[in-house]
Design a protein. Structure first.
Length: 240
């Protein structure tokens, strides 16, 4: 299986109220990218948030106040850095509140419902381009125990965000017992190679992904609290 990563250049600056689906469809056409059934369109959270009006002024209360508003639970804190759980269930730096690529004095917040945003984009591509594509919306998260950032899926439509391989066999014939692949995250991470923050490329096409299984949104990737060992202290006591 071969997988292609095709950046979508020429996307104009997105502003609140812009209809993002037609803008991205037009950008693919101008770039000579003929969308195909089965393609995955990957879009950065920042342009989705801009289009949906999830951009706010840092003044008068400052970034910390917006982080507090977007936080459901503080997981850890060090100086000005807060690792927070958002109402979506994401655990990330500063509850996803970000000042990059939004203009001076402004902050971008995460979309209200990233899976719904992905579904709207998917429907628009189907209508305007006449093809059945999937959509993944990405954001850049750090990871516990590992340095560096990586793109992850915060919204998805039209594909199985999780692929459950339990009960199938590996190449040596051994039955897999615990393997559930976060397919949407794998796709998101791959597109980080062609959608860097400095390149001004907020979208890409991933072609050749083979996905089998029931369609699941990106919210399915969020681990339920009862399965989260990081909430449990030594001796099996649940952390407070």
């Amino acid at each position: 299986m071969n997988v292609e990563l095709i950046p979508i250049p020429g996307v104009p600056e997105i502003r609140p109220g812009d209809d993002l689906g037609p803008i991205l469809t037009d950008a693919t056409r101008k770039a000579g990218i003929a969308l195909r059934d089965g393609d995955v369109i990957v879009v950065t959270q920042k342009v989705v948030s801009k289009a949906e009006g999830r951009v706010v002024s840092e003044e008068p209360d400052g970034k910390a106040a917006w982080v507090a508003r977007e936080t459901r639970r503080v997981v850890a804190r060090r100086d000005d850095l807060v690792i927070a759980e958002t109402r979506h269930g994401f655990v990330c730096a500063n509850a996803g509140v970000d000042a990059s690529n939004v203009g001076g004095g402004m902050l971008a917040l995460l979309p209200e419902d990233p899976d719904a945003s992905a579904e709207r984009l998917r429907a628009t591509f189907a209508e305007l381009a006449g093809v059945g594509v999937a959509v993944v919306i990405t954001d850049t998260f750090g990871r516990a125990w590992r340095r560096g950032l990586v793109n992850v899926a915060i919204g998805a439509a039209g594909l199985p965000s999780l692929v459950d391989l339990r009960g199938t066999t590996d190449a040596s014939g051994r039955t897999l017992e615990v393997t559930v692949v976060a397919l949407a995250d794998e796709i998101a991470a791959a597109t980080g190679l062609v959608m860097g923050k400095a390149e001004g490329v907020p979208a890409a096409v991933v072609r050749g992904v083979r996905s089998e299984g029931p369609l699941l949104p990106a919210s399915a990737i969020v681990r339920p609290p009862e399965e989260d060992l990081f909430r449990i202290g030594q001796g099996g006591e649940r952390a407070t």
